[in-house]
Design a binder for this molecule. Structure first.
Ligand code: ADP
Ligand code: MG
Length: 253
């Protein structure tokens, strides 16, 4: 999609669990060529929101649209087919498998056959195409030196980048990242931020759920802050950081 196209649009999204409003009329969109960060204290409703925009769970009310298509009732496979790629809060790689094999799985996952079929392999020509695509994404992410390395023997920072490469192998237009900086060392965070800036410049829409304030404020074009399921601020990092409600939520002032 062209720069500035709204790739993801969540409109008045509410999620109720028995007696609890986990998301309260949340509005959030992500455009091609921007990084939008969703932040908020523990229990604010970030994971709940993530689940609804990736097809894991349905909103109680409100709509989620991907590439202009309303996604109500559709399975997460349909979200992937419309261009959603994601990483998980806890790294989900096949530790004994090489970086190449892990990333090649991402290209399979975009299809309809799913993980088991992917592991059983398909025909030779398709396999070669998937491996070539995986190699391209590994190079794009600066991991060529580790292409044959078992994923588990890489440091966490590189494992996170392997997960991003795997998501990219599905050719997403929207990348959802669940706490990508958590547990990373300073230099690893810098490499990650550099990669995400590069992907943004290439036109990807990126939504990051993150606790690391410094990481988010340096990287994001827009920040949305959730508290108790409600958006208390949304805008540029500078505006959000100066918002009295945000200061109160984070610093208790
Ligand atoms: P965050 O990811 O920001 O820490 P969550 O989205 O996980 O917050 O949780 C928001 C609120 O919703 C919390 O009070 C949590 O206990 C509640 N919650 C989350 N999932 C469920 C569920 N499946 N059933 C009941 N309550 C839930
Ligand atoms: Mg969470």
């Amino acid at each position: 999609p062209a720069l500035g196209t709204v790739v993801l649009d969540a409109s008045d999204v509410t999620k109720r669990f028995a007696g609890l409003v986990a998301n309260n009329a949340v509005n959030l969109d992500v455009k091609a060529g921007e990084v939008h960060a969703l932040i908020g204290p523990n229990g604010a409703g970030k994971s709940t929101f993530f689940n609804m925009i990736s097809g894991v769970d349905d909103p109680t009310t409100g709509t989620v649209s991907l590439m202009g298509q309303p996604m109500a009732g559709k399975p997460s496979r349909a979200f992937a087919r419309l261009g959603l790629g994601r990483t998980f809060q806890h790294v989900r790689l096949l530790g004994q498998r090489s970086v190449l094999e892990n990333v090649a799985l991402g290209a399979h996952l975009r299809g309809q056959r799913g993980w088991v079929a992917a592991m059983l392999r398909t025909d030779r020509a398709e396999e070669a195409a998937l491996l070539a695509e995986a190699r391209r994404q590994i190079e794009r992410c600066g991991l060529l030196d580790y292409i044959d390395t078992p994923a588990a023997s890489l440091p966490l920072g590189q494992q996170r980048i392997v997960e991003i490469a795997r998501a990219l192998a599905g050719q997403p237009s929207l990348l959802l990242l669940d706490e990508p900086a958590a547990g990373l060392r300073h230099l690893e965070k810098q490499s990650l931020a550099k990669l995400l800036s590069q992907l943004r410049a290439e036109g990807l829409a990126i939504l990051v759920v993150e606790h690391d304030m410094e990481f988010v404020m340096n990287l994001a074009d827009r920040v949305t802050v959730l508290e108790f399921g409600t958006v208390i601020a949304s805008g540029t990092p500078a505006a959000v950081q100066a918002d009295p409600r945000v200061l109160a939520a984070y610093l208790g002032v």
